[in-house]
Design a protein. Structure first.
Length: 267
């Protein structure tokens, strides 16, 4: 499937800034099943391109001088092949054990430990991981705008509602309970007829099965394997290490953020 994607992020400020620095993870990953046909990023300031610790193509954006707005636009077309039961052909170059470490957003407390022990066992197979996704979806109802990027897995389970990143963080925390490697994925999805946002987050989990050993990509929000409607931007231990845009500034007063994402199938 070919997806045409446009992602616009606009920061506006009530007072002038003198300095902005942002780390951008806005270039789709090069994967065996994912090929970039065209991709451009438009920003003010200066950008330095590099590969981060998780192999994500990243850019460091710096803007100096007085400004009161930062507009970032990423746009292009990506060709994505279907996956066999979510199985990824490459391991990403890092030991999967890197992704067994709890983080601030995906740490298991007593409630998550109990939830994980009820819905998952060590050495889980792909079908068990899908069952965990179903359990998470049943306990944490999808509600757009109901949480923030700082919401933890524990917060989401207590609230009983959240968005895709909350589903992903809770899934990661449950996997950590049983020592199952699992990583956060940021990207885009062709939402089809659903009301879910086109900017999306899901997970990869490591399985050792009779006919396959490696990463399996699971869309927790939809409780299904990720496939040709999912465009992968970045992987990390949680949102903070895979966020499309993160940064700091000097000055600016109060900040307002506007994000618009459009994902369409190319006929």
């Amino acid at each position: 499937m070919q997806l045409s994607i446009r992602h616009e992020t606009v920061y506006r400020y009530t007072a002038p800034l003198t300095y902005t620095i942002q780390q951008l993870r806005l270039s789709p990953r090069t994967e065996t099943h994912q090929r970039i046909l065209s991709w451009q990023i438009f920003t003010p300031g200066h950008r330095h391109e590099f590969s981060d610790a998780y192999g994500n193509l990243s850019q460091m954006l710096t803007i100096t001088g007085v400004h009161d707005e930062v507009r970032i636009v990423a746009t292009g077309t990506v060709d994505i092949a279907a996956l066999d039961r979510g199985r990824l052909a490459a391991d990403g170059g890092l030991s999967p054990l890197v992704f067994t470490v709890p983080t601030r957003l995906a740490t298991a407390d007593e409630r998550i430990n109990e939830f994980a022990n009820r819905h998952l066992k060590p050495g889980a197979r792909s079908s068990d991981l899908l069952a965990l996704a179903e359990a998470i979806r049943a306990c944490v109802t999808y509600r757009s705008g109901s949480t923030a990027v700082t919401t933890t897995a524990s917060d989401a389970l207590s609230l009983g509602h959240g968005v895709c990143q909350d589903h992903a963080h809770l899934f990661l925390a449950c996997c950590h309970v049983h020592g199952i490697p699992a990583r956060y994925v940021s990207g885009y999805i062709d939402p089809g007829g659903t009301a879910h946002a086109e900017s999306h987050a899901w997970v990869d989990a490591w399985v050792d099965e009779v006919d396959f050993s490696g990463w399996v990509s699971i869309d927790v929000t939809h409780a299904k394997f990720a496939g040709d409607s999912h465009c992968r931007l970045a992987v990390g231990r949680d949102y903070e290490s895979a966020a499309p845009v993160r940064g700091v500034r000097t000055g600016g007063g109060t900040e307002s953020l506007g994000v618009r994402v459009a994902v369409d199938q190319v006929a």
